[in-house]
Design a protein around this ligand. Structure first.
Ligand code: GDP
Ligand code: MN
Length: 404
């Protein structure tokens, strides 16, 4: 699960990570008030207004309707309202949103932290993630902050520092010092960076996150180290024990069909193809998608109805798949282990009748317990449903359906 920058910064702050302070707002007036408050709290007289969407690249992104950038600087309090107004309610297009962009419902009004002083402000990159290959956490850092890190990794792999951390032992002091040293820091800035990394790692472990990306981490002109941006990816499997964090979910940022599927206990991911599929078990779903490709189609989705599929889940699955206008055929591939094929067949027939106007052909492949009975129910239903028992038959039926 992803959360917004303003939420992520609050969470990090709770673990002692220094952040660029800010106040969230959902209207131009609220943005102005936020700036007044922020001035009282931090003394800042310049304000950074940042669109809150679940995607990066906002600084270079553009609001379709107004041409404003997704991150703008206001050097006067009087400008905050208008500048926030040019972002709020607009559609922000960045390299991560796709051409359709994302609607902006909130902005973060943040203090300016790039103020002049004894040294130049300097941007760094830092992320923490799980390295599955070594079964450990890894801190990645770079002096090339603020830039697209994939590009740095490709052109200058030597500029990416990696430090692996054994999750059982935890982050050791020497490791944080090593990263700070490799970033070229000394004196106060070095000490601050060690504190920053230590707090950040504690936050990563404490929140059960699977990925943190702080780009940029800033060294201010007076040698403070702080998070200017924060991308936090929480591990969905741990949300049951993180009820406070689970509340931060913003459904407006998620695909509506995926949200609906989640409510019915279905595991659904939308894809770009033309064959909708409904399968029980993730492994079988993968094999089914391969089979669809072999028969000349492209899967329109991944949908795992789970082990306990029944008429209700089948109907919910149907309704979700049918909302995708690209779907030209639906393949239901169910292995009857715990669930019996005749019950699934009845579920399909019931769901079909209950939904009514289904215009795409449906191919049902049932295998396992009571497969023959299931096929019989489908064949005798009089509906536009084709049964298949082997994978090969199913593939041929999908192919025939697409060629029509
Ligand atoms: P992203 O573009 O979505 O990754 O958003 P960021 O939070 O990383 O902000 C984008 C850019 O805005 C940063 O790389 C900075 O260059 C700029 N920025 C952020 N905060 C400040 C600030 O306090 N003052 C100034 N002058 N620029 C800032
Ligand atoms: Mn950023």
């Amino acid at each position: 699960m992803n959360i917004h920058e303003y939420q992520a910064k609050e969470v990090l702050k709770g673990y002692g990570v220094r952040i660029q302070e800010g106040i969230v707002a959902d209207s131009p007036e609220a943005a102005h008030e936020a700036a007044v408050k922020l001035n009282a709290q931090t003394g800042t007289s310049w304000y950074v207004i940042k669109a809150q969407i679940h995607a990066g690249g906002r600084g270079k992104g553009e609001i379709k309707e107004t041409g404003s950038r997704g991150v703008v600087l206001a050097k006067k309090l009087e400008d905050v309202k208008e500048k926030a107004g040019a972002i709020l309610g607009g559609t922000l297009v960045t390299i991560q949103t796709g051409a359709e962009g994302k609607k902006v419902n909130k902005v973060l009004v943040a203090e300016d932290v790039y103020y002049p002083g004894a040294s130049e402000p300097k941007e760094y990159y830092m992320s923490i993630l799980l390295d599955r290959a070594t079964g450990s956490n890894v801190i990645m850092a770079s002096t090339e902050g603020g830039m697209d890190i994939e590009e740095v990794a490709e052109k200058h792999p030597e500029k990416i520092i990696k430090e692996w951390i054994d999750p059982k032992v935890g982050l050791q002091g020497f490791q944080a010092r090593k990263v700070a040293f490799k970033l070229g820091l000394s004196g106060t800035a070095h000490k601050e960076m060690v504190k920053f990394i230590t707090a950040l790692y504690n936050a990563y472990v404490g929140t059960d996150s699977s990925q943190f990306e702080i780009n940029p981490v800033l060294k201010t002109s007076d040698d403070k180290i702080l998070a200017v941006d924060a991308k936090v990816n929480l591990d969905d499997n741990a949300l049951y024990r993180q009820p406070k964090l689970a509340e931060l979910r913003d459904l407006a940022e998620e695909d509506p069909l995926e949200v609906e599927a989640g409510k019915s206990g279905l595991n659904y991911v939308k894809l770009d193809g033309n064959v909708g599929c409904m399968v029980n078990g993730a492994g079988l779903a993968m094999a089914t998608m391969d089979m669809i490709k072999l028969s000349g189609g492209e899967p329109a989705n991944f949908l795992d109805v789970g082990g306990g599929a029944n008429a209700t889940t089948v109907e919910a699955g149907f309704r979700i798949i049918l909302q995708d206008p690209n779907v030209k055929a639906i393949l239901i591939n169910v292995f009857g282990g715990i669930v019996r094929c005749d019950r699934i067949a009845n579920g399909v027939v019931e769901a079909y009748k209950s939904i009514g106007d289904i215009r795409v052909p449906i191919i049902v492949r049932l295998q396992g317990t009571n497969a023959e009975e299931g096929a019989k129910i489908i064949d005798e239903s009089g509906l536009k449903v084709f049964s298949a028992i082997t994978l090969k038959e199913a593939a041929e039926r999908v192919k025939a359906a697409l060629e029509k």
